[in-house]
Design a protein around this ligand. Structure first.
Ligand code: 5AD
Ligand code: SF4
Length: 450
């Protein structure tokens, strides 16, 4: 008897820009579409559905979206000529901020969907395929979004878990409070349930996500540190991380927990943005340099080996050479294991974009180069400091050649090491023998001793 012919799988291509929240959202979009027969492809030219999950944080990120749409249009036209179709959907923060504008500027786009509406994707895509030119604004609450999406199937041993969205802090340079909306925390029980499910599927390391993750507040006054304690109690969850944090939410309980809870990894991304008090005030950061240094001091007292990471903006409106030098001094004082640094980019609708005295492009470029030279030097030194140590490495996969594995150090470094036995998800001792700016290399300890 002939087998009934299976329908061809539809192909889905997702391009993700920007932050970890988008990485997480893309995984969830993939999950919500897979029951509809969408299988992932690496090739946009052969996709039935292309989703660009966009970032609006800097102008460059936004412009990239329009040039990518231009490239996709060529593929789409070719497919249409071949009697096939391609649905192009724009998701993420550019979709949220510029929905109307995208439809006007880019006729190749079929669908614009903001971050709160991803659970409606199947319906929206069906409607777009019927050529209704549908678009959707984010008129759904964050809770509804979390509820409606299935728990994601982790690929391996590390996973993100989104616990908080949005921001009420209104830093004067930032679009997030406008694109992602007000701060919202998921109920504690939902977060715990999802963490249990991840652990059961073999996830060993969970990174909690949120725009202001340490502002998390559960029911009954449960704070972020309480949530971390509850998660650390789950069997199978061996490592916890969180990103991204605001300095004013680093309360005593959370700082103390860094010294008390061994599952909480000794790594913290804590954006500071600038070392100048006047600039921090103009940014509406709600903290000054001394406050930041004090938190770092207390964290290091609680957990002496904690590795620190941060974000900087150079060339904020009115930033003088002296004020930039205060940022350089903060870097020298703190000593970061890694950092992200950006030229200030005026975002329409934010207060800083309307400020007089915008810094010229040349000065921004020159300051960024000086800052990054110092930060990269610190990053290389931090990695070099691990040489000779034996670190517990979480095995995340096979290396480039037989007998090699890769994994992750407690300080979030990528590690390649020689080991023939280790299984994914195990935590094994690795002697670090080499380092570069971006990774470490070594040998499994027993092998090194043999
Ligand atoms: N220009 C440059 N960098 C920005 N960031 C946020 N908004 C802007 C902007 N308008 C940076 C901040 C933030 C990181 C996610 O992006 O450093 O912490
Ligand atoms: Fe943006 Fe500031 Fe909120 Fe971070 S804290 S998301 S930089 S407004």
């Amino acid at each position: 008897m002939l087998e009934p012919k299976r329908p061809e799988p539809k192909r889905l291509f997702i391009e993700t820009y920007g932050c970890q929240m988008n990485v997480y959202d893309s995984e969830r979009m993939r999950d919500v579409l897979s029951p509809l027969g969408y299988a992932m492809t690496e090739r946009p030219d052969e996709a039935d559905l292309v989703i660009l999950n966009t970032c609006h944080i800097r102008e460059k990120a936004t412009e990239k979206v329009y040039s990518e749409i231009g490239r996709l249009r060529v593929h789409k036209e070719r497919r249409v000529a071949e009697g096939k179709a391609m649905t192009i959907a724009i998701a993420g923060c550019v979709a949220q901020a510029e929905g109307e504008e995208i439809i006007k500027r880019a006729p190749a786009v079929d669908l614009v969907v903001g971050p709160q509406a991803y659970h409606k994707l199947p319906e929206l895509i069906a409607r777009a395929a019927r050529k209704t030119g549908e678009r959707l604004a984010a008129d759904f609450t964050a809770q509804e979004k979390f509820d409606a999406l299935p728990a994601r199937a982790p690929d391996g041993v590390t996973a993100f878990l989104s616990i908080q969205e949005g921001c009420d802090k209104f830093c004067t340079f930032c679009v997030v409070p406008y694109t992602r909306g007000a701060e919202f925390s998921r109920p504690l029980a939902d977060v715990l349930r999802e963490a249990h499910a991840l652990a059961e599927r073999g996830v060993r390391e969970i990174t909690l996500l949120g725009q202001n993750v340490n502002a998390y507040h559960g029911e009954g006054g449960a704070g972020f540190a309480d949530l971390l304690r509850r998660l650390a109690a789950i069997e199978g969850v061996d490592r916890l991380r969180y990103t991204t944090s605001h300095p004013i939410e680093m309360d005593d309980d959370l700082i103390a927990l860094h010294g008390e809870e061994p599952k909480l990894m000794p790594y913290l991304h804590l954006p500071v943005q600038s070392g100048s008090d006047r600039i921090l005030k103009a940014m509406n950061r709600k903290h000054d340099g001394a406050f930041y240094r004090d938190i770092i001091g207390r964290l290091r007292k609680a957990r002496p080996d904690i590795a620190l990471s941060t974000d900087f903006i150079v060339g904020f409106p009115g930033e003088t050479e002296k004020e930039f030098e205060a940022t350089m001094q903060l870097v020298r004082d703190v000593n970061f294991a890694s950092a992200f640094s950006f030229k200030y980019s005026p975002r329409p609708g934010t207060p800083a974009a309307a400020m007089m005295a915008q810094v010229d492009e040349e000065a921004k470029t020159e300051r960024l180069q000086r800052l990054q030279a110092l930060l990269f030097e610190q990053q290389r030194a931090f990695n070099a400091d691990q040489e000779g140590r034996v670190l517990p490495i979480l095995v995340t996969g096979d290396g480039r050649r037989p007998g090699q594995k890769h994994g992750r150090s407690p300080y979030l470094q990528a590690v390649h090491f020689d080991d023939t036995r280790a299984q994914n998800g195990e935590i094994v001792p690795v002697r670090i023998l080499g380092s570069s700016q971006n990774s470490l290399s070594g040998v499994r300890e027993e092998m090194a001793l043999a």
